[in-house]
Design a protein. Structure first.
Lengths: 302, 477
């Protein structure tokens, strides 16, 4: 029950929180924390304009992407300690559901036939292709330390606390890798700028230029949900298995992620496009390092 | 007095002598300032060197064509295209003759436009505009890219058709301040000053309150440079710079509001002097405000230029070489950032103006143009502060214009914040205005942006564009 509520209600809060923090950082008042919700409800009540050169795929893509992400979210322990559904090896499903949503949006971007959107699709694919191995390696590290089972139980079994120094180091590595993945996947600074109006510099935003109304509302929600999934993964690594109020701990960590992202975004500029690759390679290298440390320990080299 | 300048109508030269003379002047190191055709069927060429101006003219060729100067001197490129478009005088051998502001007869259909295209499967085209993402002004940009890298940028303007030069001839030329202010809305003071000076030169009655005019000009410069630093911050998602510089710009333009009732300095200047003087109390407030702004600009700029993520975006992005600046005759900000000290305050000083030394930076990239803005903001504020210190509050603010001189041409050159602004008026024997010509630096400098984009990533176009911040309407007229 809690999982369903958080999956439905919480996602749109995070982008609103980040922009509020950014506004306060530069001395402005900023929008309401719930502005994203108002915006969402405004969009889903609106009519759509669809490009004459687009096929049925353009119409179908936002719903497909939403469905994929929602199903993936059901296997992630968002809010509570356990996910709604889980089976042994379900993380492979989660991984490919997330990959599918991306693929769907990329095809939709190419479908409309605009030169901008093709450019965005090419960028999105070439950069985020590096995130998939990072995600697999992080899961591998978790499985290595807590045994092969479902996503929610390997996350639940892992804990930063205790006297295990190695678990702490590896945990911090994984959190860092997941956080960078969160920034890339939800198009935050320094990877992308969600506030920009400049099509030529956009990555994710340019792919959805042809969307409006109801579809755009779904796309906003899907993007926010994706961000929440990554935040939940980070939270579950941090929250110890013995925590009595996992929901409160989860909410606090999500809040913290939003505030840290907001502060960081106000202090740095976004990267040059050709240096984005350096950023997306960081999670891969960090997760290799984490897995290597765990293997070193198990063969007694630690 | 060299600038503004009143010269008697030049005797038209033989066409051959005209082009011979042009070649000789250029080889003597003269700078091409303007080249245009007029309704009297004459081609004019204006050159400058060491503060001296030279104006030559020649009748239109009877064959309606002549050998193009552009292959030899690329600085003629835009002017020759405009001459062909306006008067049908064909510069034969021009490498890329296409329209500037209107359709050429051969470009009736869209397919007939001589856009640069490539059939190579390795290259792709990205067309942007004419509707701008920020819905500012119309302009069409065509990129030919190899992957993310721009090989060529073609900029096609000419969507506005306001006919400003014709509007100057309707009604009393002495009452066109508002029109001069709208040539380029962000350079209201710069263009209005050039207009006022041209009229004053034509009637041989020097304008009053020159120090107040300089204060207005430098405040406009500081305000626009602040706006551009803010916009550069926006484009690289550095919201600290975006917000701080935008707030400081508001402080500066609100100071103009307190003096003349317009944040953009509209109606501040008028032919013969200024509409609004500065009294002791206003001067004190302005001085205190600007000192505060100066301190805060230094703080914000040191933070911005000390931020490695900002430098990583600005450094080595959109480099414009000094050779291109010289070849194309690019002026102002864009030239100074590429190491060429092109500044009308140095080259063509106005009466009562203090001696001036422009800053130059040699790297020619976005960083150079951003840093130059910072330096010029401080320089402009210092000029205003020193002018305020010496300001005579009792001085007259406005003089009557005298009668116009017959058969003369008045030329005024002002360094607007963007670069060299040139206004010219011609009268006939009956002292009536025959034509009014104006040149905004954007007209020529757009070419600089196109060249700076070559071999630059297409995603860096917005910051390159913003670092030049050229005027669409100033070019379209």
């Amino acid at each position: 029950m809690i999982n369903i509520l958080t999956i439905l209600l919480l996602p749109l809060f995070l982008p609103g929180l980040i922009s509020r923090v950014k506004a306060i950082m530069v001395g402005r008042k900023g929008q309401s924390l719930f502005q994203q919700y108002f915006h969402f409800f405004k969009l889903i009540r609106k009519d759509e304009v669809i490009s004459t050169s687009a096929s049925f795929f353009t119409r179908a893509a936002p719903s497909l992407a939403l469905a994929g992400t929602l199903v993936a979210a059901l296997f992630v322990p968002i809010g509570g300690k356990t996910a709604l559904f889980s089976f042994k090896g379900d993380f492979i499903l989660v991984l490919y559901l997330l990959a599918m949503t991306k693929g769907v949006m990329v095809f939709a971007a190419l479908d409309a036939g605009s030169s901008f959107e093709g450019m965005g699709a090419s960028r999105e694919i070439s950069f985020t292709a590096f995130l998939e191995p990072a995600f697999v390696l992080i899961l591998a590290s978790l499985i290595y330390s807590s045994g092969f089972s479902s996503l929610s139980s390997i996350l639940g079994n892992y804990s930063l606390g205790g006297n295990d120094l190695l678990a702490l180091i590896v945990g911090i590595f994984m959190i860092l890798a997941l956080y960078i993945m969160l920034l890339v996947e939800s198009c935050r600074v320094p990877f992308d700028d969600p506030a920009t109006h400049l099509e030529l510099t956009m990555i994710h935003e340019v792919m959805v230029l042809d969307y409006s109304g109801f579809s755009l509302g779904l796309i906003h929600y899907t993007a926010a949900l994706k961000m929440l999934i990554y935040a939940a993964l980070i939270a579950q690594i941090i929250i110890p298995a013995s925590c009595t109020f996992p929901l409160i701990a989860f909410l606090l960590i999500t809040l913290g992620i939003g505030i840290i992202t907001g502060i960081m975004e106000s202090l740095i500029a976004r990267l040059r496009m050709n240096r984005n690759l350096e950023l997306v390679l960081v999670p891969v290298s960090i997760s290799v390092l984490a897995l290597a440390a765990l293997i070193a320990k198990s063969i007694g080299a630690w | 007095m060299k600038n503004p300048r009143l010269i008697p109508e030049p005797m038209p030269l033989e066409l051959l002598d005209f082009f011979q003379y042009i070649r000789q002047l250029i080889s003597d190191g003269h700078l091409l300032l303007n080249y245009f055709g007029s309704s009297e069927k004459l081609i004019y060429a204006l050159f400058g060197k060491d503060g001296e101006l030279k104006l030559l003219s020649a009748p239109f060729p009877i064959s309606e064509s002549y050998d193009s100067l552009t292959p030899e001197f690329p600085a003629f490129n835009m002017y020759e295209r405009l001459l062909y478009e306006e008067f049908g005088i064909l510069p034969e051998g021009h490498p890329w003759l296409k329209s500037v502001r209107n359709h050429l007869p051969k470009e009736e259909k869209h397919e007939d436009y001589p856009y640069l295209m490539s059939d190579s499967p390795l290259l792709h085209e990205v067309g942007v505009g004419p509707v701008h993402a920020g819905v500012i002004e119309p302009g069409h940009f065509r990129f030919i890219c190899k992957g993310e890298r721009v090989k060529h940028l073609e900029i096609q303007l000419g969507y506005q058709h306001r006919g400003i030069e014709k509007l100057f001839l309707e009604g009393d030329i002495r009452e066109k301040s508002h029109l001069a202010e709208s040539i380029a809305g962000d350079t209201a003071i710069g263009h209005n000053l050039a207009y006022c000076l041209a009229l004053e030169a034509l009637s041989d009655s020097p304008g009053a309150a020159m120090p107040i005019r300089f204060i207005a000009l430098e405040m406009e410069r500081a305000a626009m440079h602040l706006a551009d630093l803010s916009a550069l911050g926006t484009d690289i998602a550095y919201i600290m710079g975006q917000n701080l510089f935008a707030a400081l710009r508001t402080t500066v333009i609100n100071s103009a509001l307190a003096i003349c009732g317009s944040r953009f300095g509209k109606r501040w200047l008028t032919p013969g002097g200024v509409n609004y003087g500065i009294n002791k109390e206003q001067a004190d407030i302005l001085r205190d405000t600007l000192k505060e702004v100066r301190a805060q600009v230094i703080n914000s700029a040191e933070a911005m230029f000390g931020n490695s993520s900002v430098l990583s975006r600005f450094d080595d992005t959109g480099v414009l070489s000094s050779a291109d600046v010289i070849a194309l005759g690019i002026s102002g900000m864009a030239a100074k950032a590429s190491g060429i000290p092109s500044d009308a305050r140095l080259d063509f000083p106005l009466p009562e103006q203090n001696s001036f030394e422009p800053f130059t930076i040699y790297s020619g990239d976005v960083y150079a143009r951003a840093l130059l803005r910072y330096r010029e903001i401080i320089q402009s504020i210092d000029i205003v502060l020193s002018l305020l210190f010496k300001l005579d509050f009792e001085a007259e603010t406005k003089r009557e214009l005298g009668n116009f001189s017959p058969s003369s041409i008045a030329i005024s050159i002002v360094e607007g914040w963007r670069g060299r602004i040139i206004h010219m008026i011609k009268t006939n024997a009956a002292c009536e205005v025959v034509w009014y010509k104006m040149l905004d630096p954007s007209f020529v400098n757009w070419q600089g942006l196109a060249l700076a984009m070559r071999e630059t990533a297409i995603s860096d176009f917005p910051i390159c564009n913003k670092s030049f911040n050229l005027s669409y309407c100033g070019s379209d007229l």
